[in-house]
Design a protein around this ligand. Structure first.
Ligand code: SF4
Length: 294
């Protein structure tokens, strides 16, 4: 009997997520092709993008056979609204069954295509998180070449908030020398606050093996600077973390800016849960039994 797969907390260091399900509607390399993508450390998320067409036939049974109505996240390793979704609509078909069986939804994406499904998503308790790492279009084009521009992502957040769906923003990853400038960060958080997002979740960059080699071929100056700043960091479960003092300093500064604008704040997989005012995945806004964060 197939059921919805549980989100695997053990794969991620310092993860504070509550139990939930997770559905990756595509395998292979995500079509947004972010240079910093963490998912490429898993063999199933390399190579050409593979639409999981079988899910279209399986999802109804998976939803029906899963009795505990935990939130379902789409997705932890690939963007559920990557370019091929326009054609295959696998995410949409999955949402139709999940909504039918009344599962809360946690959508994480960089794409404005999510707007297509707003009327569906709003039928159950849901949260939509849009990842936006910078307002700078040029930087975004370099780091997230096939993802919608920052401007489109902000407009998407507006549409989500207008539809009455709780929206959060993930400023993730924060990459030293790239998007860690506090003035730029403040501008971004101000935009998010004005739109009406409920929380910002932030996380420092944790390169996976092979990242530095790729960067060396793309930007040798930045490669040298980043290699240097990560040189006293540590590998945790296949991710290179900045040294703890360095990453705590970044997270504390970012946190203060987010709180200055009256938003909730959470770090993600940093090991500083005491700095969080809420849970990183926005789950607070879609779990019926979770009204307070303690
Ligand atoms: S959108 Fe997410 S999953 Fe897709 S390439 Fe970018 S970081 Fe990876």
């Amino acid at each position: 009997m197939t059921k919805l797969p549980l989100f695997n907390i053990a794969k991620r260091g310092f993860c504070t997520c509550l139990p939930k399900y997770n559905l990756n509607t595509y395998l292979g390399r995500c079509g947004h092709k972010c240079i910093y993508c963490y998912a490429v450390k898993f063999p199933s998320f390399t190579g050409p993008t593979i639409p999981r067409l079988k899910l279209i036939d399986q999802i109804e049974d998976m939803a029906k056979n899963t009795k505990l109505k935990l939130p379902v996240m789409l997705s932890d390793c690939t963007d559920p609204y990557q370019p091929l979704e326009r054609k295959y609509q696998i995410t949409r078909k999955c949402l139709e069954s999940l909504v039918k069986y009344d599962f809360p939804l946690l959508i994480v994406t960089k794409s404005d295509l999510v707007v297509r499904d707003i009327n569906l998503i709003k039928q159950v308790p849901s949260v939509i998180s849009i990842t936006i790492t910078t307002l700078n279009e040029e930087k975004a084009r370099f780091w997230e070449p096939n993802a919608p521009s920052p401007t489109r992502r902000l407009k998407t957040l507006e549409r989500i908030v207008d539809a009455g769906i709780p929206a959060t923003a993930r400023i993730d990853p924060i990459i030293p020398f790239v998007n860690d400038d506090l003035t730029e960060f403040r501008e971004l958080v101000l935009e998010l606050a004005e739109i009406g997002v409920k929380q910002v979740t932030a996380s420092t960059f944790k390169p996976v093996r092979g990242f530095f080699q790729t960067l060396k071929t793309l930007d040798s100056t930045l490669y040298k600077k980043l290699s240097q700043i990560y040189s006293d960091g540590e590998w945790i479960l296949g991710y290179k973390y900045l040294n703890i003092e360095k990453r705590r300093k970044i997270i504390e500064k970012v946190r203060q800016i987010v709180l200055d604008y009256g938003l909730n704040f959470s770090s993600c997989r940093e090991g500083f849960p005491e700095l969080n005012t809420t849970i990183c995945d926005g789950t607070k806004y879609c779990r019926k039994l979770l009204t307070e964060y303690t």
